[in-house]
Design a protein around this ligand. Structure first.
Ligand code: HAM
Length: 429
């Protein structure tokens, strides 16, 4: 039966067992980023549309096709954040972080929105965690970001993680490489898909990560970025790889990795899991995390020339993989006590009684909506508690309560003030 109201296409609830995985990811990320001295940041879910079109690039798929944008009643054009880097840099500039000691290290965890065609591991509302290190150009930091991400995925017990890395150069060498690439693709235009044909002049880098087989054949014969890096970019990349070697991380060079956002410079990387499970085939093709350097973004958004680097990971994709992994959560402790209340006075005093149990950390079940002794005893029996507490009108007036052993049926009256101590004693036995 189709319900009248369903969650919007590509958006889903997170609850129960899933929420445990979600929470576990949060805790691991918080723990590891704390260790590496990142500070938490929460930015608004909406930002000015121009922050994204300028920051991410007007020619990118995200800006051209995937933004949820709206006009406010006051006429402002706002967009549900499709990613976290541009908002973090906006906050860095707006909140005076340019004058903070460098580097400024920030991490985040929250929902993001892209109007994509929903499929396995691809949603319209998805969750990311990410971190950004602003104000440091050393390749050691590039390696640190890769190491932190790897450590998080390992702590979540994900297996067979691979890391793809590349360098796409910067203002010093990329324009020349772009020109070279554009000339090459123009000479092969009839062998490209319709979408890539449009990109040969203005956006030839984007053709490198086209998934069409015929385009990939053309790309494989074409010039590669790493052969056309300037001296500075080449040295940066070489040192970055030396750090990865030292850390013995499972990386490999992917000369066609360019990433889908325009702000990247020099180092770029993506994380994948090579799951063999058929159900996860769709997710495994997609990256679990991706990032890189963006040394020009702070200036582009109005700040001083400042190097920066970061990464974001897809929480929904990680959760799917975790469900197949070894992490299991022990079920919540079942209550051993059930509170049966009879009559209006007892019912009124019951909430206060429950609070006393919460304070001594004894889980207790109740059914405050029921009135009959028989029904409440039945529920207590079904839950399988050891003791039922029977709290009637008479007991409530006298400040007493009955403790009933559920298997023997033996009952005892005790004073209310002694109740939690008595229960603690009995449960310990
Ligand atoms: P991104 O590659 O666009 O990078 O996204 C990062 C991760 O978010 C992806 O690897 C994927 O796991 C997840 N993700 C992206 N789109 C979806 C979707 N529609 N459904 C589910 N998961 C998705 C960025 O967002 C950059 N801001 C990363 C960065 C930070 N670069 C530097 N600093």
């Amino acid at each position: 039966m189709r319900l009248k109201y369903q969650s919007p296409t590509g958006m889903h609830d997170i609850l129960d067992r899933e929420y445990k995985y979600f929470r576990k990811i949060y805790d691991v990320v918080e723990n590891i980023t704390n260790f590496y001295n990142f500070k938490k940041i929460e930015t608004p879910i909406l930002e000015e549309t121009e922050l994204f079109s300028k920051g991410i690039g007007v020619a990118t798929d995200v800006v051209q096709k995937e933004m949820f944008s709206l006009k406010t009643k006051g006429g402002d054009s706002l967009t549900l954040r499709p990613e976290g880097t541009a908002p973090v840099i906006r906050a860095y500039l707006e909140r005076g972080m340019q004058s903070f000691p460098k580097p400024v290290k920030l991490w985040y965890f929250g929902p993001y929105f892209r109007y994509e065609r929903p499929q396995a591991g691809r949603f319209r509302q998805f969750w990311q965690f990410g971190f950004e290190t602003i104000g440091e150009e050393s390749p050691a930091i590039d390696a640190e970001i890769v190491l932190i991400t790897y450590s998080i995925l390992k702590a979540l017990k994900l297996e067979k993680i691979t890391i793809e890395v590349n360098s796409i150069g910067a203002g010093c060498c990329r324009p020349y490489y772009k020109k070279l690439l554009s000339g090459y693709f123009k000479s092969k235009i009839i062998s490209l898909c319709a979408n890539c044909r449009k990109k040969t002049r203005d956006n030839p880098l984007r053709i490198l990560d086209c998934k069409e087989e015929k385009c990939q054949r053309v790309v494989a014969q074409g010039p590669q970025t790493i052969d056309h890096l300037c001296k500075i970019c080449r040295r940066h990349f070489k040192e970055f790889l030396e750090f990865l070697d030292e850390l013995e991380l499972p990386y490999h060079l992917n000369p066609y990795l360019v990433r889908g956002l325009d702000y990247y410079t020099k180092t770029v990387f993506e994380f994948f899991s090579e799951s063999e499970s058929k159900e996860l085939a769709g997710i495994s093709k997609n990256s679990l995390a991706g990032g890189g350097r963006y040394d020009g973004l702070v200036k582009l958004l109005g700040g001083k020339d400042t190097p920066a680097i970061g990464l974001a990971a897809g929480v929904d994709r990680i959760m799917e993989l975790m469900k197949q992994g070894p992490i299991r959560f022990s079920p919540k402790l079942k209550p051993q006590i059930f509170l049966i209340q009879l009559g209006s006075l007892a019912k009124r005093k019951s909430l206060k009684l429950m609070e006393r149990f919460r304070k001594v950390k004894i889980p207790i079940a109740e059914s405050l909506g029921r009135d009959s002794l028989r029904t409440q005893l039945k529920i207590a029996d079904k839950i399988g508690v050891k003791y039922a507490l029977i709290f009637g009108q008479k007991e409530a007036l006298e400040g007493k309560i009955i403790i009933r052993h559920m298997t023997t049926g033996k009952q005892e009256i005790i004073k209310l003030e002694k109740l939690t101590k008595e229960i603690q004693k009995r449960l310990k036995k």
